[in-house]
Design a protein around this ligand. Structure first.
Ligand code: C2E
Ligand code: CA
Ligand code: CA
Length: 701
């Protein structure tokens, strides 16, 4: 339709055809008419001559007789008869002596056709006929002269010619119109219909609507044209759909994560940008949550690659289901996701979202029949408070997440501008820590451990101290995770082990042969393949009896890789050192592994010792742990003993050892030995109670 509208009427094929046919037909008609006229002129010409000769022949005899007799009257009468013919202009009989016998004449015919007819036929034609006497003399005695006016014949000729030419032209026009009608019926109209169809075809799906073959044209060129065009449309459609599919695929690949089908980092950035622009206009807030899976790397090592990918997909499904249409989620990287919460009014909405995301991962994941627990940590940044552009916001959310992870897992943290400085300070501190060993800023403090049965201090836990030249004493809770992160914990841990052994040897040599030293081992150290050899070497170097060295490991450090830790612990155990499970109750508290691991001692975390014996819950926990220790044949030591009530209660319940401010804070080596020497007997009271309990326990057995 549009195509037709767009056509100027002069551009219609039918009009063009009509013009051409008309021109040709008219030219041809005129030409044919002219030929006809020409022939007619020729015939008329001959006719004039023929008629004149007939006239001459007709009057020859009477004219001869009149001339012979020299009878002027007779001659005049004969010639008058000739004048009956309109075309005769003049007739005369001349005698040999050049005298005229008779003559008739009339004026020339004044015809308006003369101009043309004179040109074709000459105005007057003169005919002469000699006059002879009868046979046999055949004597010549005069001449008959006839002058014919051609205008009469000319007029008839021109009138005929006009009719012929007009008839020719009209015939040609009629033929042309007929041809035009035929052509337009057979060609132009079906073509117009095709054009209408063509323009109604959807260019997006050209193959959906086929052109109809015009009726009666199935087997001619028009039919062939339509079939060819239809084939072309179908093939365009096919190729177009192939291209569209390819384009869609490329789009998907470039915008979405291949594994989880979530928007990828680039798409996320774009999306955040759009959200930011909208929010800036409407003065709204946006929260960007960066969720990182905890310990995904160790999980990756634990299960195979496919299983890890499978977990990622399941995690992303849970997160997606959790946020529904309340937020936008994408995958930032291997084990990181970003969630954008637009139109939030208060930061707590983001915190709630973070909490519900973390909670989503509470339920364990089942992979290959195994139950795996995965936790996540979330960093939150707010637009426009924390930053105004995509990169800053994303970066800060990631920072906040990393910061949160370095404190503890499975939690969320907001980005605040101070985190930036915190991170800088942390980096600075990390660098300082690297040099702390060389600069001799590290030292050990020794916290006494008390045995309830013996009623005396039996050993110490070596606790690392860092005396920073500017910041003073820095808590191990702060710098140990940093050292673990940078792997500096290996040289630092070795230094601790060496100094502890050296110190223990000194005490032994000073007469305190029974003293025992407990040393903390970090997760990273536990993964160190040389650790057992290193310990054996140090025991040998400082002549320390292996059973006087106790190594403390936490639940969290062995749970990362159960099999490897088991092997490592067994290696150490085979040297003869004793093993203690530190912070018991704070981690996974799964007793299954207790049996598999060669521990000698459980250390009850100080959070369970708080408020004993008033806190009913803690009482229950402590009693249960003591019971477990008994059934697994493990000693139980309680940490964080600060009061006599706690000490009495613990001794009463069967706890073998205690450690805490009640017995002594972490002390220097010198102070520790002074304490040992001065407090040989601390509380006979507690010793008594412990003794009673021991007796009861024996009876029960
Ligand atoms: P931990 O192994 O659980 O050490 C016990 C922590 O509890 C020590 O903190 C100690 O000072 C504190 N403590 C002892 N008695 C009491 C008490 O009665 N009340 C209270 N409130 N606290 C008490 P510290 O020295 O700050 O050590 C913190 C953590 O740093 C340790 O926890 C341990 O995990 C780590 N750590 C310390 N030294 C080393 C080391 O040489 N190597 C490794 N890998 N970690 C170490
Ligand atoms: Ca410890
Ligand atoms: Ca502890």
């Amino acid at each position: 339709m549009d195509t037709q509208k767009g056509m100027h009427s002069a551009e219609h094929l039918s009009i063009k055809l009509l013009k051409a046919v008309l021109l040709c037909a008219c030219t041809l008609g005129v030409l044919l008419s002219l030929v006809q006229v020409f022939l007619d002129a020729h015939l008329s010409n001959a006719d004039i001559d023929r008629k004149a000769r007939e006239m001459l022949a007709m009057i020859h005899d009477p004219a001869s007789r009149a001339a012979y007799r020299l009878d002027t009257d007779m001659g005049q009468e004969v010639l008058n008869g000739l004048l009956e013919m309109k075309s005769v202009q003049m007739a005369a009989i001349h005698l040999d002596d050049t005298s005229k016998l008779a003559r008739v004449e009339r004026p020339i015919f004044a015809s308006r056709y003369r101009l043309l007819s004179d040109y074709i036929f000459d105005p007057i034609r003169i005919y002469r006929q000699p006059l002879y006497s009868n046979e046999p003399e055949k004597e010549h005695f005069g001449e008959l002269i006839l002058s014919i006016d051609t205008a009469y014949e000319g007029k008839a000729f021109i009138q005929r010619s006009v009719v012929v030419i007009f008839a020719g032209i009209i015939r040609a026009i009629a033929m042309a119109l007929l041809m035009y009608l035929i052509c337009s019926t057979l060609l132009t109209r079906p073509m117009n219909r095709l054009i209408r169809h063509l323009s109604s075809i959807d260019p997006e799906e050209p193959g959906q609507q086929q052109l109809p073959v015009p009726e009666g044209n199935e087997n001619n060129e028009l039919g062939l044209w339509v079939r060819t065009a239809n084939k072309l449309l179908t093939s365009i459609n096919y190729h177009q759909s192939l291209r569209q599919k390819a384009e869609a695929r490329i789009m998907r690949l470039s915008q979405y994560d291949y594994l989880t089908r979530l928007p990828n980092r680039r798409t996320l950035q774009k999306q955040i940008n759009t959200f930011i622009q909208k929010a800036a206009k409407k003065h709204e807030n946006i929260a960007i949550l960066c969720l990182g899976l905890d310990d995904f790397k160790s999980l990756n090592a634990q299960v195979n690659f496919n299983a890890a990918e499978h977990i990622l997909v399941k995690v992303s499904d849970r997160l997606r289901n959790c946020i529904g249409n309340k937020a936008y989620i994408g995958r930032l990287g291997e084990d990181q996701f970003a969630i954008i919460q637009s139109k939030i009014e208060q930061p707590y909405e983001a915190a709630e979202m973070a909490q519900s995301l973390i909670k989503q991962l509470d339920r364990p994941f089942e992979i290959n029949g195994e139950q795996l627990t995965i936790s996540a940590t979330v960093g939150i940044t707010l637009f426009p408070d924390d930053g105004e552009d995509v990169d800053t916001l994303l970066q800060q959310a990631e920072f906040a997440m990393i910061m949160a992870k370095s404190r503890s897992h499975n939690r969320y943290q907001f980005y605040v501008a101070t985190i930036d400085t915190e991170i800088r300070q942390r980096k600075r501190l990390e660098m300082d820590l690297r040099q702390a060993l060389e600069k001799r800023e590290l030292s050990l403090a020794f916290q006494p451990q008390f045995n309830y049965q013996k009623g005396e201090l039996v050993g110490a836990e070596a606790l690392l101290r860092w005396n920073h030249p500017e910041k003073g004493l820095i808590s191990p809770d702060m710098f140990i995770p940093m050292a673990e992160h940078s792997l500096d914990i290996i040289p630092i841990g070795n230094w601790v082990l060496e100094n502890a052994c050296q110190q223990l040897n000194k005490w032994h040599l000073d007469g305190h042969q029974n003293l025992r030293m407990a040393v903390n081992l970090s997760t990273i150290q536990l993964q160190d393949q040389n650790i057992a050899d290193r310990i054996a070497f140090l025991l040998n170097k400082y002549q320390v009896p292996p059973e006087t060295l106790e190594l403390e490991v936490t639940e969290t450090s062995i749970i990362d890789d159960l099999e490897a830790s088991k092997a490592q612990l067994q290696n150490m155990k085979s040297i003869g050192v004793t093993l203690a499970l530190d912070d018991f109750g704070t981690g996974y508290s799964s007793l299954g592994y207790l049996k598999q691991f060669p521990f000698d001692k459980i250390k009850i975390d100080k959070s369970f010792v708080e408020d004993l014996p008033d806190n009913r819950e803690n009482c229950g926990i402590v009693e249960a742990i003591v019971q477990i220790g008994k059934s697994f044949g493990l000693k139980v030591l309680a940490e964080g003993v600060e009061t006599v009530e706690q000490a009495t209660y613990l001794a009463e319940k069967g706890c073998q050892e205690g450690q805490g401010y009640y017995y002594g804070k972490p002390l220097s080596a010198h102070d520790f030995i002074s304490l040992i020497s001065s407090q040989r007997v601390l509380s006979s009271n507690t010793q008594e109670k412990a003794g009673n309990h021991e007796a009861q326990g024996d009876n029960n057995d």
